[in-house]
Design a binder for this molecule. Sequence first.
Ligand code: ZN
Length: 182
Amino acid sequence: MASGSAVEERDRRLMALALAQARLSLAWEDVPIGAVVARGEEVLGRAGNQRERLRDPTAHAEVLAMRAAASALGSWRLDGCTLYVTLEPCAMCAGAAVLARLPRVVFGASDPKAGFAGSLGDLLRDPRLNHRAEVVKGVLAEESSEVLHQFFQVRRGRGLGASVDSPRRRAGADERDRLESG
Ligand code: ZN
């Protein structure tokens, strides 16, 4: 179906923007997860995970992107918007998407350890709630999980107690530069 592929094409394009936000999170050593809220082609909010940077347990990419979009729209209701996020939303973010009345959520990689958009539970499509969203998964999933995989590999490589200027840390920074430019 032609319209279907046009939507898929747009989903991939906007997920690529979310992925760019994920890579930005590496600059402040946050787990690289990125999100975008868009209405059609119009990007209303975008953010990377800032939990470490802001020392805020709720500063997930999705929450920050939804806040930016609500601010841009001047409304807490994100009618007609789609949330794009590189990793399956957690319970908090899926809950926030329901509260924002987001009609559509698109994510990249599944999160079997914390995902609440189908993995551990499904807050986005729970018939008992007063709002349900369409969920599309697996968009740029490989790229989304690859950036996470590399982040954790680098972090493990540094080991515990590595000093700030250790060669291991430098190797991590180099990896990060490579990720950011890629
Ligand atoms: Zn979350």
